[in-house]
Design a protein around this ligand. Structure first.
Ligand code: 6PG
Length: 276
């Protein structure tokens, strides 16, 4: 069912199209933890957008706000663009949504490599999200340790945390690299075993750089975690991560196990082709 055809002739979100999107959402809403295989990247984005809307509406209804950590890389770009379209932007009170970033490259915020820049251009600016609702890694500070400490403090303030408490995001979006890394938690790196910090600087020798990333204790404390994995180049590693031996140092994505939350794997057929 391609629910986006449910829009009116003028492309605007008519009552019937809204109901169709909401009906579609009720299907998505029922899913608690699941591997969902979409026919292609476009369908993957629709499913992810419907789930985003469903989770955001629930959190705003129950708590008055929705906190989300965005993923970087290229895969979520289609989702961000879709959420910024009329069809979706009308479904949420975006002033009640607070945006964070699961990880960042140690580059300035308007660098082509910046995860903030990608999300800003495709989601935050088109939706005119207010600066008070956006919490990015302050990479202009340059020193990776300092950037991580600052972000940790920002998270502690926003979530009003007590000592040794971890933030509980309503939703954390994650991607997965061809080496099985997620966020910027790379194979055989120190940050994989971080037990106390919320935000860390992760030295990645093979990239000859230091990345900035939220830690696994934070990720696994989320209410909902949604992996978006698309493309045949991810098929091998996805099979290893989901069906292979448990090797969490080699495949960091295997460490994603929410303590008390839902885990969704949103995949396209190309990525999932070796799972059968
Ligand atoms: C990053 C990401 C990273 C990403 C994977 C997949 O900063 O690169 O946060 O974890 O999700 O590398 O990247 P693609 O979506 O581009 O394949």
């Amino acid at each position: 069912m391609s629910f986006l055809q449910a829009t009116g002739a003028n492309g605007k979100t008519t009552e019937t199209s809204r109901n169709k999107i909401l009906n579609y959402k009720s299907f998505i809403h029922q899913l608690t933890s699941e591997k969902i295989i979409a026919s292609d990247a476009e369908e993957l984005n629709k499913l992810a957008a419907a789930k985003f809307v469903s989770l955001a509406r629930d959190a705003i209804k129950n708590k008055g706000r929705f906190s989300v950590a965005l993923a970087g890389g290229s895969t979520p770009k289609g989702l961000y663009k879709l959420l910024a379209t009329d069809k979706f932007c009308a479904l949420l009170d975006w002033t009640k949504i607070y945006f964070f970033f699961g990880d960042e490259r140690n580059v300035l915020p308007f660098d082509a490599e910046s995860n903030f820049r990608m999300a800003n251009e495709n989601l935050l600016q088109p939706l005119k999200i207010g600066a008070g609702n956006i919490f990015r890694w302050q990479t202009e500070l340059q020193n990776a340790e300092t950037i991580a400490e600052k972000y940790e403090q920002t998270l502690k303030n926003f979530f009003n945390l007590r000592e040794n408490e971890f933030p509980r995001f309503d939703l954390i979006l994650l991607g997965m690299g061809e080496d099985g890394h997620t966020a910027s938690l790379f194979p055989f790196t120190e940050a994989l075993n971080e037990k106390n910090k919320i935000a860390v600087a992760d030295r990645v020798e093979k990239l000859n750089t230091t990345r900035l990333t939220l830690s696994f204790p934070l990720i696994n404390n989320a209410a909902n975690i949604m992996f978006l994995v698309s493309g045949e180049n991810k098929a091998e590693v996805l099979r290893a991560v989901l069906l292979g031996e448990t090797e969490p140092e080699k495949y960091p994505s295997q460490n994603v196990k929410p303590k008390n939350g839902n885990l969704f794997w949103l995949l396209d057929e190309q990525a999932a082709q070796l799972l059968a």
